[in-house]
Design a protein around this ligand. Structure first.
Ligand code: PLP
Length: 382
């Protein structure tokens, strides 16, 4: 059997950390209780769920009551955007603000409110490095703005948006603010006690917990209507019996993430990513898509001159990476995110996203750089 390719697609999904799996397994076996049951099985599950909530809250510097467990980031984002809009008794012509580089989970939820609830949407363009100008976001806000939603770290480029200033002004103006932090939580510090926002979404499978679990942080004072009506679980914000094993896994993953962020892990990861970037810029004429500094430490999106990104990856089977967002993989449409940054369709089609994990080694980086450079030399048009 040929060796497994080097995995450089950690922004698409991460493996489940063995410690996370170990924490989860008892809750499929003898500790299977329903957290609402009043007997011993139920109270054991309820205690585990409470602990997981505390672990997630600790990572985000939130209160446990502000943590809502969901099934994925898409659900969290939909709950935030629609739940806040509906709680404001959404009237015709309610106004929404988002950037041109949102993940479809946010963009499509906003477009739904525009289409089905007579909302009005302002899409704020991004600069060439993929970041919004805070003043353009704030200038877009109107009297009747129901919500501003912004991605924290862009999934394709890793660009970190300047949210602090935006959040401070929005709070002073009483405008609800949702942050899609699906890519940033666990990779860089994300604290809702430092960042003024009303809701913040994350996905378990981007930080070494399994797919099938997410979280929405909702600030205590914020009114939000549930999307899943049912029993008053999750503080009345989501019906449906809690997925205890997965919540436990996400709690354990958040604890691991805290340790990783406090260690020199992110700095080492950044140094490896920069080493890969330097090699590809020097040996394959690659050009960076995204900001040089204000970027996730694990993400590198580069265009290779004269080739198509998909074909380049096909010619480098030693590595597993993606072109643009994994959600759109398989299509040969240029990435809308890169087009929004002013890249030409040709430049966007020649892009590859390489995203490192906590355990990515120097050796893997060097092998990947060599494989991509060799594939580029073979394919490039003279
Ligand atoms: N938001 C961002 C920034 C993402 O990268 C993703 C997944 O790629 C999502 C939201 C949606 O996550 P999920 O598909 O797990 O719901």
């Amino acid at each position: 059997m040929s060796a497994s390719p080097i995995y450089l697609d950690f922004n698409a999904t991460t493996p489940v950390d063995p410690a996370v799996l170990d924490a989860m397994l008892p809750f499929f076996r003898d500790r299977f209780g329903n957290p609402s049951s009043s007997h011993k099985y139920g109270t054991a599950a309820a205690e585990a769920l409470a602990r997981a909530r505390t672990q997630v809250a600790a990572l985000l510097e939130a209160s446990p009551e502000e943590i809502v467990f969901t099934s994925c980031a898409t659900e969290s984002i939909n709950l935030a955007i629609k739940g806040i809009a509906f709680a404001r008794r959404m009237q015709a012509k309610h106004h929404f603000v988002m950037s041109a580089v949102e993940h479809p989970a946010a963009a499509e939820a906003v477009r739904y409110l525009e289409r089905e609830h007579d909302g009005v949407v302002t899409v704020v363009p991004v600069e060439q490095d993929g970041r919004v100008d805070p003043w353009r976001v704030l200038a877009a806000v109107r009297e009747n703005t129901a919500l501003v939603t912004l991605i924290h770290a862009q999934n394709e480029t890793g660009a970190l948006q300047p949210l602090q200033q935006i959040g401070e002004v929005l709070r002073s103006r009483g405008v609800p603010f949702h942050v899609d932090a699906s890519q940033s939580v666990g990779k860089v510090p994300v604290s809702v006690s430092a960042l003024p926002c009303d809701a913040l979404s994350l996905a378990g499978h981007k930080l070494y917990a399994p797919k099938g679990v997410g979280v929405l942080y909702v600030r205590a004072e914020v009114e939000l209507h549930p999307l899943l009506h049912g029993a008053p679980y999750e503080g009345g914000r989501r019906g449906g019996t809690a997925n205890v094993p997965y919540a436990v896994g996400l709690g354990a993953a958040c604890e691991l993430a805290m340790g990783w962020l406090k260690s020199s892990g992110p700095e080492r990861q950044r140094a490896r990513r920069d080493r890969l970037q330097r090699a590809l810029e020097a040996d394959a004429g690659a050009t960076l898509n995204g900001p040089r500094d204000e970027r996730l430490p694990n993400t590198l999106n580069v265009s290779f001159p004269g080739v198509i990104g998909n074909e380049l990856l096909d010619a480098a089977p030693e590595i597993a990476a993606s072109t643009g967002s994994a959600c759109h993989a398989g299509t040969h449409e240029p990435s809308g995110v890169l087009l929004a940054m002013g890249r030409s369709p040709q430049e966007a089609l020649s892009a590859v996203r390489l995203s490192l994990g906590r355990g990515t080694t120097d050796k893997e980086i060097d092998t990947a750089a060599k494989a991509l450079t060799a594939a580029w030399r073979k394919l490039k048009k003279p």
